[in-house]
Every structure is written in structure tokens, then in C-alpha cells.
Design a protein around this ligand. Structure first.
Ligand code: NBG
Length: 876
């Protein structure tokens, strides 16, 4: 689609201002005395007509019935659970909108500095229960729903997860939104409204992962969002960029699409503050390509409108693989289009909001902080440069100052394959103006000037640091662009931030100095990950601390008050009984969804996360098989002494990740054989729970006795499920990696089970594997035996697993052969410790009590204070 250029705008690019009305944008006018003027009509009539949040049961039920009658056009006679959920959700939504509207108005009036969290993924999960908790209306709704003849649990089950993310990175973004609102910080999220979230995972009879689309919006209206069809921006792709003599450029032609806003209300916990998550959807600019339409070429007309809509249709399911390695050329282009579409729309919106304040652009960094969640939104850097230079006519140097004082970058991985790079030819084709700006940055910063001066003649360093990687084709290194175009870079746990400083960004640290590089250890929201997923434990904590949960859920260090109760036998009994009931809840879930019976008298051992070689689910299943072989060799008397164990796995593999999918297959088939063995099944069973999701995690986490976080040292940036398990009193089995280290520091090393080689050893071991390999049989006979059994067909055709087993026998990049023995040793220590039940419960209590640091409230306040310089703005 080629745009028509208005000759008046040539040489003076202007962004059409489509955003005309606003519920949130305009503040009241004042009269001469400074008194606010009522904008229209009779103020009294308006005020009488306005409602506030429904807080008593009868107004709640009235509102629900009202939605049944009107929004759903149904009656008590024909209302099922789904309908009742919808009506109740719409009623809660009304309340959220009231608070949300007031919050936005309040922020606009106060015009504080705001922070914007740009994340390509927000893994929100379900909203209903969270909204009720945060509004403080759980009891009222429970009672109201019961009075209307329904059961709250059944209604909660009706909601579909909003699964617009792959894993930890997306869930972290969701936790940070919850904490921002709860801490009354003026923070907005910006993301994409994918039509299809992360795929649904099915498991075939052979144990193969199958993927199905997740049409999460198909069920009709999504009550948790507000379509803002009037908030839309035009986004351009392709075309040509012609440099003008004054430093600006004219970017024209190509394809233009519309970004339309959908707002998701993000309520804070026990506060009126309700923040916004703005998700963009792509739409064709004119519905159809009118030229083709008029010429009767309907196919072409429809095609171009489809291509616009395709931009936000699907979330890329790759986790820790940069787009290059795993998707087709067309797929790559679409992914880059997604990234630009989203950053361009978000920045246009941010700039518009800033301009409404009426300040000069030199003050932009005093009003705006932009946090890049990993490198996906890095195009925000050249895009903001483009807006400032081409549209606002700000000179290059000043524009660069503004950008580098506004933007912040969080790195979430040091795995080389996950670092994003985009081919220069693709960038030039899709975003010609941005490529010019990137070249300008290269010439001003990277190559010819500053670095050269500081390290004269150090060509290797120059090549390493360059924004452009040489090769065919050349590639833009997004992490380098993100690193130099911002004010602060951080990693997500102490060890990870050290690794960022000493490996992937080492040269930049030497060049720019240490102070730009820091750490913010991740956190999780205790609202969802304790109160909602484990209501009984939450109630016990409130009762014991004699503090209402509205207090301790926002001040998690108060959990320390539980420490003395570890010595109280009565308390321990209650604690253990809750764990037991959570196990039964999980067993019930497995029974109703998979038809399988779970032994709830066993120890529950859980590993749930994306399938990846570095996370080493393989180590876990090989350990399970080792245990099985050991049990088989025992006499009946020996078996009597064994601690029974149930092992749960859940997680999705990227659809193109062959080895990860083979691991799932091995788990499923090993489970099939082991669970059917009458000799051992009282002592060991294994379950792979399909279609891992936030909601499934909420059932699994509270039930665990131990959970496994066993990545090769130095590979897991932080991990956040480790925090969730420990907060719920599950003990951690793990490597000395990511946030495991800080968890151990907080809860005490005697309350975690560490094993494996440490990070500094890893590189050398890999070198040895490469150049001085030692056969598995020699290095680790116990493991060799397990591998042989698999090859020999114990779990079905051994040939199927050869490619997986060969990753261990040859090269063994993730060091399974190195860590296997100490892993088995750690699990033996777990068994030993579990024998002493009272001591175990004490460990569990102490673990929960010491997890205060890992609240996402602490993390978001660190970002707010140390990076963004924003302050709470309480809505009264
Ligand atoms: C992931 C890390 C995790 C970390 C989350 C959130 C990416 C690229 N990184 O260890 O692997 O907990 O980010 O920071 O998804």
C-alpha cells in the first residue's frame, strides 16, 4: 500500500494527530478564582448519576443480575457457570473502570514523572480472582455468587488464561505491573494484543508434543480490556528515507498500518490506584487497499489488509532462541515488524502524553522513563531519535542526550543464542530511516570517535564492540544498541549481573565505567503467588502474625515474624496440614483432568518451566530413571525404608526445538513404564502435566515439598519460580545459579540442597569436553548405565532417543556428566532430611519466613528509586 503524500507536508514530516477525545487526557478548566469549572450540564445531576465501587453484597448481586439481564440478555432460567462468570466479571470490570478512570485523571492532573515498561510479553494468567483480592471484595462476591446459586470456585475456573508470553520474562512483567499499581507508582505497561497467545500443548500417544493455536479471545468479549478504537496511530514500514540538508530525513512510501489501543486495567492491592497496560492491535489503515479495490482486484485488496492484521496475530513461541536461528525469512520479517509496530505506537503515545504537559523536549527525561524488557524493544532508541530529529526538529546531539537519559535496559540472558541480531539488509528494507540512524550512532559513538580514542589501535575490541557484526549478511547487535543508547543497564540477579558485566558487555563496562551497570534481583507478587494460590497458608499467616493480609502482603519482610513459630509444635501441625491439603488439591486436579491417581502420602517433587537443555529437565528424568533402577534392585525389606516420591514435570518446548521435544517424549514414556511397575509404584511415580500455564502453576506450587532449579551454573539469569516455591514453603534443590544463590543466602544454606559445579569451572569443563573427552562410562558409570537402558529400549524404541543421548555422550555442553553424581547425592540428602518430619517442617517454615526480599514490590521500588526517579502518586 503506497501512501498518498500531501505536497504541503513535503520536507516537513508531521504525524497526524488522530487522538482527539480522551476520557483520561484533559483536566478540568478553572475560573478566574482558580475554582474548577464543571464542563457541561448540571453538576448535581451528573453527580447523582455517578456511582462508586460496589462494596456491599446487595449492590454486588444487583450488578451481577443486571449484567445477566442486559449485557448477556439472559435470565436465571438459562444461566450456566460460564454465563455467571461473565456477568460477575463484567460487574468487577465496572468497579475497575471507575478506579482506573480516576487514577488516569489524577495522574494527568498531577503530571508526575511516569515510567513505561515495554515488554513484548505479559503473561497475566487469570484476572478475576486477582481483581477481587486487590479490590478487597473477595468475600462480598463469594457471598453474592452463592446467593445467586453458584459456586465461586466453579466461576473462577471458567476464565481462560491470558497467555501472552513464553515464560519467566513475561510473567515477571505481569508481577511488576501488579507491584507498580500496589505501590501506587505511575507506571504503564505497553505490549501487543496477540490474537493467539502461547500455543496449547497436547501430548500424543507416543509422547510427542503437539501444538495447537490458543485463540484466547474466541469466547467473545474479554471483560478485562477496554477497546480504545479512538486511540490509534499510523505506523510505517518499508519505503524510502531521503536525508535532508538540515539533518532530518523524509521517510515516505511503503506500507502504513494502524495501531489501535486496548487497555487492560491493572488494579493495585488495597488501593484505588489502577494502572494501565496498553496493548496494541494492528489494523489495515483503510480497511482495504483502495486502489486495488477500485480496480476490482479484490484479492490484492484483501491480501494487503490481511498483511496488516497479521502483525499482531501471533506470539512467537521461541524461548531463548533469537529469531535468526529458528524461523524462516518471512517469519523473521514479521517478528521485526512486530517489534517496530509496538515500539513505534508506544512511543507515539508516550510523546503525545508528554506534549500535553506543554514542556520543552529538553525536559523529556524529567517526565518520562522507558524500561526496555530485554532487547525486543530496542528499536525504541532509533525510533525516539527519529521522532526527535525528524518530527521535532531537535539536533542530533541533543536528541541523543534525551534518549540516553530516558531509556533503561534490562538484560535477561547471557546465552549467546538468545542475543538478538537483525540482518542489515532486512533492516534497510523494512526500516530504512532507522538503519540510517543506527549508522549515525555507529559513526558518532562506536567506531571512529570515542572508543578509538580510548583504546587506540585495539582493533579486536572495536570489532567486538561494534553495533554491526561483520559477515554475510551483516547484522545489527541489538544488545549493543540497547547498551549504549540508555542510562542504566541491569541484570536480574547478582550472579547474572556480574556475568553481564564480565562477559557479554565487558568491553562496554571498560569503556563507560561500572556505574552504568547494576543489578535488580527479580521478584514475584505475593498477592498471586501466596494469597491467591495458597489461601489457607495466607490465612494462617495473618492469624499467626496478628496482622491483616492487606498489610503483610505489601510488606513481605513481616513474614520474618513467623520464625519463632517454627518451634511451636501446634503451628507446625497446622502448617503441615495445609501442605497436605494442597497436595490433595493437586491430586484432585490430576485426577479430574488426566484420570490418574496420585499418591498424596509421598514427597512431591516438582520441576515446571520451559523445556530447554540449559534448564536440564534431562538431568531430572535421568535421575528419576536412576532411582527406578536402584529401587528395582532392592530387596522388599530395603524398599520399605525408601521415602516415596512423586515427580511432576510441566513445561512447553519451542515447536522447532527437537532436543527439548525429545526430552518430553522421554519423560512421558519413562513415566508410563515406571508408573505401571507394581514393584515400585508405591515408591516412585512420574507425571508430565500437559499445557503448563500460570493457572496450573498456581495449583502445583503450593503442593511441593521440593522443587528443582538445576540449570548449568551461569545459564539461568534468575529464575522466578524458585521464589514462588520457597514462598510457599517448598524447599529448593538447585545449582549455584541465578537467584538460587540469593535465596540460599536469605533462607540459610542448610535449608536448600545445592549441588553441581560452580560457574567459574564451566568454561574449562567445556573446553575439556571438546579437546580431551572422557567416555561417560569412565566419568560417570551410574549415568552410563541409565543411558544404556534407554538406548536398549526400556522406554520404547531406544533409537528415537539417540539424538538426545548423544548430546550427553558427545560434547555435553550442559555438563550433565559432570553434575550427575552430585545431583544424585543431593537427592539422597533430601531423602535423609525428609525422614525427620518435624525438622523438615521447620525448614519449610523458615524458608517462607525469610522470603520477604523476593517480593516484586521490593524490586519495582528499586527500579523506581534507583533508575526511573519516580515517586508514588496516591489516588484518594
Ligand atoms: C529469562 C531468564 C530467567 C529470568 C527471566 C526473568 C529470558 C530471555 N530470560 O532466568 O531465563 O528469571 O528471564 O528475568 O526469557
Amino acid at each position: 500500500m503506497t501512501s498518498v503524500i500531501d505536497p504541503k507536508t513535503i520536507g516537513k514530516p508531521v504525524r497526524p494527530r488522530r487522538h482527539v477525545r480522551t476520557l483520561t487526557g484533559y483536566t478540568p478548566e478553572t475560573d478566574e478564582t482558580g475554582k474548577e469549572k464543571w464542563p457541561r450540564g448540571d453538576e448535581k445531576v451528573w453527580k447523582e448519576g455517578s456511582r462508586s465501587v460496589n462494596t456491599d453484597v446487595s449492590s454486588v448481586t444487583k450488578s451481577i443480575v443486571n449484567h445477566v439481564q442486559t449485557s448477556l440478555a439472559r435470565q436465571a432460567y438459562n444461566l450456566d457457570n460460564l454465563g455467571a462468570y461473565q456477568a460477575a466479571a463484567l460487574s468487577v470490570r465496572d468497579d475497575l473502570i471507575l478506579n482506573w478512570n480516576e487514577t488516569q485523571m489524577h495522574y494527568t492532573r498531577k503530571a508526575p514523572k511516569r515510567a513505561y515498561y515495554l515488554s513484548l510479553e505479559f503473561l497475566m494468567g487469570r484476572t478475576f480472582d486477582n481483581a477481587l483480592l486487590n479490590l478487597g471484595l473477595k468475600d462480598q462476591y463469594r457471598e453474592g455468587v452463592t446467593k445467586l446459586g453458584f459456586n465461586m470456585e466453579d466461576l473462577l475456573e471458567q476464565e481462560r488464561d491470558a497467555a501472552l508470553g513464553n515464560g519467566g520474562l513475561g510473567r515477571l512483567a505481569a508481577c511488576y505491573l501488579d507491584s507498580s499499581a500496589s505501590q501506587e507508582l505511575p507506571v504503564w505497561g505497553y505490549g501487543l494484543r496477540y490474537q493467539y497467545g502461547i500455543f496449547q500443548q497436547l501430548i500424543s500417544p507416543e509422547g510427542q508434543q503437539l501444538e495447537q493455536p490458543d485463540p484466547w479471545l474466541a469466547g467473545g468479549e474479554n471483560p478485562w480490556e477496554l477497546p480504545r478504537l479512538d486511540v490509534s496511530y499510523e505506523v510505517r514500514f518499508y519505503g524510502t528515507a531521503e536525508r535532508l540538508p538540515d539533518g532530518r530525513a523524509l521517510w515516505q512510501g511503503g506500507q502504513e498500518v494502524l495501531a489501535v489501543a486496548y487497555d487492560v486495567m491493572v488494579p493495585g492491592c488495597y488501593t484505588k490506584n489502577t494502572n494501565n497496560l496498553r496493548l496494541w492491535e494492528s489494523k489495515p489503515k483503510r480497511g482495504f487497499d483502495l486502489n486495488s479495490f477500485n480496480a476490482g482486484d479484490y484479492e490484492h485488496a484483501v491480501e494487503s489488509s490481511n498483511s496488516a492484521a497479521a502483525i499482531t496475530s501471533v506470539l512467537y513461541p521461541n524461548d531463548h532462541t533469537c529469531a535468526q536461528s529458528s524461523i524462516s525469512t518471512l517469519g523473521k520479517e514479521l517478528r521485526l515488524k512486530q517489534q517496530y509496530f509496538w515500539t513505534a505506537a508506544s512511543l507515539a503515545d508516550i510523546v503525545r502524553r508528554f506534549k500535553n504537559i506543554g514542556k520543552p523536549f529538553s525536559e523529556f527525561p524529567d517526565y518520562v522513563a522507558i524500561q526496555l524488557n530485554d532487547t525486543h524493544p530496542t528499536l525504541a532508541i532509533p525510533e525516539l531519535m527519529r521522532i526527535l530529529i525528524d518530527e521535532e526538529e531537535i539536533p542530533w546531539g541533543k536528541a541523543w542526550d534525551i534518549v540516553t537519559n530516558t531509556v533503561f535496559y534490562t538484560n535477561h540472558t547471557v546465552l549467546p543464542e538468545a542475543l538478538e541480531k537483525w540482518p542489515v539488509p532486512l533492516m534497510e528494507h523494512l526500516l530504512p530511516r532507522h538503519m540510517q540512524i543506527i549508522y549515525d550512532i555507529v559513526s558518532r559513538y562506536d567506531q571512529t570517535s570515542a572508543v578509538e580514542k580510548k583504546f587506540p589501535g585495539d582493533r579486536d575490541r572495536l570489532a567486538r564492540m561494534s553495533l554491526i557484526e561483520e559477515g554475510f549478511p551483516k547484522q545489527v547487535r541489538m544488545a549493543h544498541l540497547a547498551c549504549i543508547g540508555n542510562r542504566k543497564v541491569n541484570g536480574v540477579a547478582e550472579l547474572h549481573s556480574d556475568l553481564v558485566r564480565t562477559t557479554i558487555l565487558k568491553d562496554f563496562v571498560e569503556f563507560e565505567g561500572q556505574s552504568k551497570f547494576s543489578n535488580v534481583t527479580n521478584g514475584i507478587t505475593p498477592r498471586r503467588w501466596l494469597d491467591q494460590c495458597n489461601p489457607e497458608l495466607s490465612a494462617l499467616i495473618s492469624k499467626t502474625l496478628k496482622v491483616d493480609k492487606s498489610v503483610w502482603l505489601k510488606d513481605l519482610d513481616r513474614l520474618k515474624g513467623l520464625l519463632p513459630y517454627a518451634e511451636d509444635a501446634e503451628f507446625r501441625k497446622e502448617w503441615a496440614a495445609i501442605k497436605q491439603r494442597n497436595k490433595e488439591r493437586l491430586a484432585h486436579h490430576v485426577e479430574t483432568t488426566l484420570g490418574l491417581t496420585v499418591n498424596t502420602n509421598a514427597m512431591f517433587d516438582v520441576q515446571i518451566k520451559r523445556l530447554h537443555e540449559y534448564k536440564r529437565q534431562t538431568l531430572n528424568i535421568l535421575g528419576v530413571i536412576h532411582r527406578y533402577l536402584t529401587l528395582k534392585q532392592m530387596s522388599a525389606a530395603e524398599r520399605k525404608k525408601v521415602n516415596p516420591r512423586v515427580v511432576f514435570f510441566a513445561g512447553k518446548a519451542a515447536p522447532g526445538y527437537y532436543i527439548a521435544k525429545l526430552t518430553i517424549r522421554l519423560i512421558v514414556n519413562a513415566a508410563r513404564i515406571i508408573n505401571a511397575d507394581p514393584d515400585t509404584r508405591n515408591l516412585l511415580t512420574v507425571y508430565f502435566l500437559p499445557d503448563y500455564s500460570v493457572s496450573l502453576a498456581e495449583v502445583l506450587i503450593p503442593s511441593s515439598d521440593i522443587s528443582q532449579h538445576i540449570s548449568t551454573a551461569g545459564t539461568e539469569a534468575s529464575g522466578t519460580s524458585n521464589m514462588k516455591f520457597c514462598l510457599n514453603g517448598g524447599l529448593l534443590v538447585g545449582t549455584v545459579d541465578g537467584a538460587n544463590i540469593e535465596i540460599a543466602e536469605a533462607v540459610g544454606e542448610n535449608n536448600v540442597f545445592f549441588f553441581g559445579h560452580l560457574t567459574p569451572a564451566v568454561e574449562d569443563l567445556r573446553y575439556q569436553h571438546m579437546y580431551h573427552p572422557v567416555p561417560v562410562e569412565e566419568k560417570c558409570p551410574a549415568l552410563a548405565k541409565v543411558l544404556d537402558k534407554i538406548s536398549g529400549g526400556m522406554f520404547g524404541d531406544g533409537g528415537v532417543y539417540e539424538p538426545l543421548l548423544n548430546t550427553i555422550r558427545q560434547n555435553d555442553y550442559y555438563l550433565i556428566t559432570e553434575d550427575f553424581d552430585s545431583y544424585i547425592g543431593a537427592l539422597e540428602m533430601v531423602d535423609q532430611a525428609y525422614l525427620d518430619k518435624e525438622e523438615w517442617i521447620k525448614k519449610s517454615i523458615r524458608t517462607t519466613a525469610n522470603m520477604g526480599k523476593f517480593s516484586s514490590d521490593r524490586a519495582i521500588l528499586e527500579y523506581a528509586e534507583s533508575f526511573w526517579s519516580i515517586e508514588p502518586v496516591k489516588v484518594t
